[in-house]
Design a protein around this ligand. Sequence first.
Ligand code: AMP
Length: 308
Amino acid sequence: MSKLLVVGTVAFDAIETPFGKTDKILGGAATYISLSAAQFGVKPGIVSVVGGDFPKEYLKKLNEKNINTEGIEIVEDGKTFFWKGKYHNDLNTRDTLITDLNVLADFNPVVPKEFMDAEFLMLGNLHPAVQMSVINQLAKRPKLIVLDTMNFWMDNALDLLMEVIAKIDVITINDEEARQLSGEYSLVKAAHKIHKMGPKYVVIKKGEHGALLFNNGNVFFAPALPLEEVFDPTGAGDTFAGGFIGHMARTGDISFENMKRAVICGSNLASFSVEKFGTERMESLTNDEIQKRLLQFKLLTQFEIELN
Ligand code: AMP
């Protein structure tokens, strides 16, 4: 079991889908990533920031899942990062209605002593300056650095983001973001261009259409499980990333072959996350359920064919 450090937002989310809407609930990239990675028995530590308005019971919830929250700074007189989004009927696309950075706007992260020697670093979605600061603080370069980001940071802090991208091993982004970052419509061409920016491995998430893993000429495809009902896709990308890094940190094996399994683990965890609003499903998820669904994934893609 390797030490895993997760950076990302810990947030309030307000979500609207065709099935209903929520007021401010627990959300954030680091929240989803950690809840997902913790399912692999690793005990992730989070580096993030919240305001005095953030309920202590949310932190307790994370601690109960074996997530270390020592690196979450609480700014007593500040407000927690707030995101509001509304999904379209197809649930694959959404509009961001509000992004209030609040305490994230001038956050100086401090990596807890215990995580200075983290072997796996998951740079979840937040300001690239924070991601860079965490890379620079670590005593030695982790075995694997994975980065997840989104169009908001491409629009608002592209130069800094490119500097971070040059330092990492794996990037996970969705198809539209890969197109925006590379200027290429074809995802194969986009992955090729992104490789040139730094990362040896490029994971492109395609929502309900699965995910692609590229490594200089090699491609692997992981489907998403066809689900009867999807309630809320919020956090699916982060949960995917958490499943990916959780598997990598549990096994400690950073080969391409093992990354294929990690991509399947990510898809598997994400398939649960979307079944209920917010983090609810991830909070109740059991290992037994995960294993059963892993078998479904196997059956979904396994076939024999004779070549002549
Ligand atoms: P996903 O659906 O995987 O893209 O992630 C949604 C989560 O990302 C929500 O819980 C939000 O709180 C968080 N989020 C939304 N916008 C941002 C942003 N610009 N930076 C960091 N986290 C964000």
